[in-house]
Design a protein around this ligand. Sequence first.
Ligand code: ADP
Ligand code: MG
Length: 266
Amino acid sequence: MTDIQQTPADMGDLRVRAIGIEKSFGDNHVLRGIDFEAAAGTTTVLIGPSGSGKTTILRSLNVLDRPDRGTVQIDHVAVDFTTLPPKGGVARQQIAKLRAQSGMVFQSHNLFPHKTVLENVLEGPVQVQKRPQEEAVAEARDLLEQVGLSAKADQYPFQLSGGQQQRVGIARALALKPRVVLFDEPTSALDPELVGEVLSVIKDLVTEGWTTVLVTHEIRFAEQVADQVLFLDGGVVVERGTSAQVIGDPQEDRTKQFLTRILDPA
Ligand SMILES: Nc1ncnc2c1ncn2[C@@H]1O[C@H](COP(=O)(O)OP(=O)(O)O)[C@@H](O)[C@H]1O
Ligand SMILES: [Mg+2]
């Protein structure tokens, strides 16, 4: 690992940098060299057809999947997977350090059913990060307020709607104070009437200056929040730019076809 904290100029305003990420599952070459950069406080939206590798990119940034090649850097922590030893203490340590830089919000919340909402948010800070209980509770309550769930702190997940559960999932990810928040289709498992409340929470986070990478099929929402949009197909970035460029005025046929299908499903 290159820990370049001592040379912050190298990253400047950059918060996330992926260089040449490649990943195969068996014979399936899923990511074929993914490069992108995201500045601090910006929102990067990944769009593309099912199977194009969007989830695998997020899982590579969070090292839930280990890239075969390439470098992932989040803030001052960089790991070069091309040269990282396949196993052993050093590899484990570097992966743990990089993983701690990001927080993931999944398609469906996986809340602990036997814990209250507050306990679910506290799990990471208290059990994993060993932070002082009192401080963690105060912060968890702030986060619940931020996602509009103060009143639900002592309830159990089964007492919440899907949208509320997903908002708890977001509070859980934020509780670990990640340097970037990764959202993988955070609304696609929700009933349509619950989508808006979750998007509105995400929009608030973006406005507050969180750095986010978001996979979504909510193209109109992407247009509102994205600082950059990457269109993926077949494990490569086919087209990238601002939302006005990629969504408003796509240049590549594959992008045009995808957007037509998704915006105008007939
Ligand atoms: N754990 C895995 N094992 C085997 N194949 C996988 C695994 N995860 C993803 N894939 C394959 O990688 C490809 C890209 O998947 P994914 O990143 O989930 O795409 P997307 O999120 O864009 O739909 C798909 O062909 C998928 O079947
Ligand atoms: Mg996916």
